[in-house]
Design a protein around this ligand. Structure first.
Ligand code: VAH
Length: 313
């Protein structure tokens, strides 16, 4: 039985629905600090939970008889950079509460890390699984501390913690918000609405990306992996592709020939993006638990445009 925090976020909203399909509607308790009319909030067990409320989290997980805690509640990179103290308190306080809950209930544990856990002194191309991690953003500091804390709970208390360093995730269910990689989501909405997008990330800025269906499968595959094969736990590099704004625009033009791309670079998010790798190496994930992806840039572009065309955006 699973409890998810941040269940109405970009990953949580789709992960909740997929886990309910896989493991049974009533076995997945979705929680978030507010509610909405999404499927995750309305088609199955849902509770309001602020992850800063340790007692409330323990109660919700205990009452649900959770044996798996999936902790997704956090502030993303751009939001965290604008509110660094709040970001530290929420990202680290929430993670500590979730780890303590998992320890108390002897539950399996998942929380995501990010390519944001790397910084300007990290090797930028094919970034290794084990390498320098000196991020220069509050989000990155939170992600490195979070990886170390989750590994600590594994080594010290035997909590079965597992994590993935996600690249930018692209999806059409929740609107983009708070991330640095969200230009690669906004561009699809704008392509359909206006046939033009003005990117806040500069030409030539390469970042790893992944389509949400592949991200959800990676979480499930990792959580179901045989623990005796895991040499790493928090957290595995995973990626599907790496591109810059010009290349995703090119992929969109193959579907919408008249699409045009412009630039109005946002120095804050450009600085964040420039501090991250150009491409990361996912060989440890492939070797230890068979990580694989189905979507590349063109198949993702086709699917995103088809799905968004069906929505009122
Ligand atoms: C962000 N989408 O931009 C998130 C993610 C790798 C990027 O961490 O903050």
């Amino acid at each position: 039985r699973i409890m998810i925090t941040g269940a109405l976020g970009q990953i949580g909203s789709e992960l909740t629905v997929k886990l309910r399909d896989l493991y049974g509607r009533d076995n997945v308790l979705a929680t978030d600090v507010r509610t909405n009319d999404s499927e995750a909030a309305t088609e199955g067990p849902f509770e309001i939970l602020d992850v800063m409320d340790a007692k409330g989290m323990m109660e919700a997980a205990t009452n649900h008889h959770a044996d798996t805690i999936i902790h997704m509640a956090a502030l993303l990179s751009a939001t965290a950079e604008a509110n660094p103290v709040f970001a530290w308190n929420l990202n680290m306080g929430g993670l500590m509460n979730a780890l303590e809950t998992a320890k108390e209930l002897d539950a399996q544990f998942f929380t995501p890390s990010s390519i944001g856990a790397f910084g300007p002194t990290t090797p930028k191309d094919e970034t290794p699984q084990d390498t320098i991690q000196r991020p220069t953003t509050m989000y990155g500091v939170n992600k490195v501390a979070g990886e170390l804390l989750a590994d600590y709970y594994f080594h010290r208390f035997g909590v079965d913690t597992r994590g993935l360093r996600f690249p930018g995730l692209i999806s059409y269910v929740t609107p983009p918000g708070g991330g640095t990689t969200d230009y690669a989501v906004e561009i699809f909405y704008e392509a359909i609405k206006h046939g033009h997008y003005t990117s806040y990330i500069d030409k030539g800025t390469y970042m790893d990306m992944m389509y949400m269906p592949d991200a959800l499968n990676a979480i499930i595959d990792l959580m179901e992996a045989d623990p005796s094969n895991l040499r790493h736990r928090n957290s595995f590099n995973v990626t599907a592709m790496s591109f810059d704004p010009e290349e995703i625009a090119e992929a969109i033009r193959k579907e919408i020939p008249e699409f045009t791309l412009g630039y109005a670079v946002d120095p804050v998010r450009q600085q964040i993006a420039s501090s991250w790798p150009n491409s990361i190496d996912a060989s440890a994930a492939k070797k230890e638990w068979g990580f694989t992806t189905k979507y590349d840039l063109q198949t993702m572009t086709k699917d995103m445009l088809n799905k968004l065309a069906l929505k009122t955006i």
